[in-house]
Write a protein that binds this ligand. Sequence first.
Ligand code: GUN
Ligand code: FE
Length: 463
Amino acid sequence: FIHSKSRTELEYIHNAGVAVDHGGTIVAIARDCESVNVAKDRVLEETGWTHSDVDVVACREGQFFFPGFIDTHVHASQYPNVGIFGKSTLLDWLEKYTFPLESSLSDLAKARKVYTACVRRTLSHGTTTATYYATVDVPATNLLADLCLSIGQRAFVGRVCMDRKELCPSYYRDESAEQSLHNAMESIAHIKEIDPGYELISPILTPRFAPSCSSEGMKGLSAIQKREDLPVQTHISENKSEIQLVADMYPDSGSYAKVYDDHGLLTPKTVLAHAVHITEDEARLISQRESKVSHCPCSNSSLTSGEARVRWMWEQGIEVGLGTDMSGGYSPSILEAARQATLTSRHLAMQIGDEVLREKTKLTVEEALYLATRGGAHCLGLGDRVGGFEVGKQLDAQLIALAQVQDDGSRAGEDDDGYVDAGNVDIFGWETWEERIAKWLYNGDDRNTKKVWVKGRLVHHRR
Ligand code: GUN
Ligand code: FE
């Protein structure tokens, strides 16, 4: 079992067995045993539990468990468009690719097809928690919540609020602030009905971004936030033209972050996607309000939005998680987002003259994987539930297997035709565990993710 111990450190728990109760909660961990088989017995002996009380999870030689990935910003409705963005940038991308697709999902058969594929695909990449944007349409958004619950992915599901007439297309928007708020409440009511304790599925208030929301609409969402104590997600400071648009709309507020703050939307439960171009003052305000940032490096590179400064945001006291931002980002994989986070930090480093600062800017393997798991959990207020392997936490986990190279150069499990589906990471046997994890971060993919559990339930199995 491998997980983040802190932002800078991974913990390797060797020869371990974990006992999980029928509610999916970890009740005991046996660690550092002589072998995995001993660990499996010991975790029962030590606790007095039997196989009828708990499930024991343990892995084979060479495999490891890792906490499920947490995607803190993903548009389920844009999944069919992954990779399709040409040379567009944010505002023309929204007009050309995004609004037409999102609008078309009011067809519930189409929404079912897209959302089912999205939930299954992200689970297969090890994403056990997803913070989703759905669309403006209430029935289709409710369907996404139903699908997450039945397929078994932990999710925050947001009905997209966009009611500003000048900046939303006439074919895709809420007709008024009043209607926008009414529809937000409808989707909240639906989730309360299907998962009353928000055990697996939670609503999340979703003003698309300041340019597409009226002032009245944003104030109304803030009132709902306070009344219902709900999380909020939106976009901030992704692209220079977008920032100019916000400055023109709110000439007195002084900054993009201040616009949200003036509308009561910067809360400890707010997740702000991108934050590429935020100023020092904005970072201070976000930090003071204890709002969180979802770093979306795949998207920021694809739409040429810029390079968000993760190390700098950490230094300002802001908690950061990772988002795929499909389909601004081209990949459903948080492992890809983690990898891109390390590369983006290196691009930032290359712009720095001072050697000490340059080295410091780079993100390590450990830091990237922290962002992908515990960092995301903290952003979503799930820090006591998921993100690592501790007694009392729920089992949201992925089982990872890397290809073991044999003496003749073939890989274990390779069949007679030389066909192998063991993934892109070859392990020769002499690598340390730190090196194996680095190889997985930089070359791994869904072929390595053999099984995925959410709240103790097996929700993906690669055969
Ligand atoms: N800003 C407003 N809407 C969107 C969206 O759908 N994706 C991204 N990346 N940015 C946005
Ligand atoms: Fe986005």
